[in-house]
Write a protein that binds this ligand. Structure first.
Ligand SMILES: [Zn+2]
Length: 95
């Protein structure tokens, strides 16, 4: 699978993420800065910025990408997903 052209969807996603979480009871959100996946069980625990982005509670960057059904990340195997997250991280913080 080629994913080279996928862009991380961390813009304008907080409100829809909360709706998704309320419906499915949990959601995994990846922080591209931390390169970690965090699982949330309550939308009250998701920090939302004025720009409708999700703010990471660990590193305080608002570069979080939710894994929702139908997103590119939800269809990936663990290693493939890690690779894509590493690429995004590199593009944003090291290039
Ligand atoms: Zn983080």
């Amino acid at each position: 699978m080629s994913f080279i052209n996928y862009e991380p969807k961390f813009k304008n996603n907080a409100a829809t993420t909360k709706v998704y979480l309320d419906k499915y009871r949990s959601i995994d959100i990846i922080c591209i800065k931390c390169k970690c996946t965090y699982r949330y069980f309550s939308s009250a625990h998701i920090d939302v910025t004025k720009e409708n982005r999700i703010c990471c509670q660990v590193c305080k960057h608002n570069v979080m990408v939710p894994i929702t059904a139908g997103s590119i990340l939800s269809d990936m195997e663990g290693d493939e997903r890690k690779e894509l997250i590493s690429k995004w991280h590199y593009d944003m913080f090291q290039s």
